[in-house]
Design a protein around this ligand. Sequence first.
Ligand code: APR
Length: 230
Amino acid sequence: MKKLVVLSGAGVSAESGIKTFRDSDGLWENYNVRDVADIEGWTRNKKLMLDFYNERRRQLKDSRPNRAHEIIAELERWFDVTVVTQNVDNLHEKAGSSKVIHLHGELTKIRPEDRDDSGIVDIGYREVNLGETDYRGVQMRPHIVWFGEAVPMMTPAIEAVSKADIFLIIGTSLNVYPAAGLFHYVSYGIPIYLIDPQPISIGYGNFVQIREKATEGMRRLKEILIENKQ
Ligand code: APR
């Protein structure tokens, strides 16, 4: 089976009602990133950060994958699909994708504040507050990669992208590194598709932009990939 690697961003979840970050009325419109998504913010005000992610986790409980998530999962019938997502929601998993790499962490998980890859607990959609600790008495924090922190999942992500036969970028402004640099690891000549209603130029290799929202873009891409295949 050919390997299809998908790099997704907030735009793939927009039609599920989850706000993107940099569109007008985006998530960062209401918050100062430095207060709620930066390791300095955690040092400065843990309660504000915990409340911010508790609210986003509460919203996630009733969020449903949209047709774009579903088609990405369905493509596993024809391709070996790996999803590399910048999103911290679980909509790719809810849609049935079986291989999902979360570069920026996962909203439903928490971990001790002094560790980044152990003691991780899946709490589903409940709150986590000050005073919730691990067995050692260390405060638990959201298992989210904040600005200023390392992105440990880049290693498996680069591994997957470097082996891709087809690469798809969907719903990301490619503003945040190292995720935005992943397409540089695609082997020469591999087709790159980009789905976004806004014009995005990656100035690299042979790429085709489908200027549509995620659901319509994935419908079209499925036609292109499956028709070509038959
Ligand atoms: N369908 C497809 N794409 C869409 C849709 C839609 N319905 N609506 C918006 N978009 C596109 C926008 O045009 C934009 O290019 O999705 C992209 C969203 O970009 P951002 O808001 O910057 O989100 P993202 O690229 O995922 O941000 C990356 O930045 O703030 C950090 O950690 C956070 O993971 C996030 C990272």
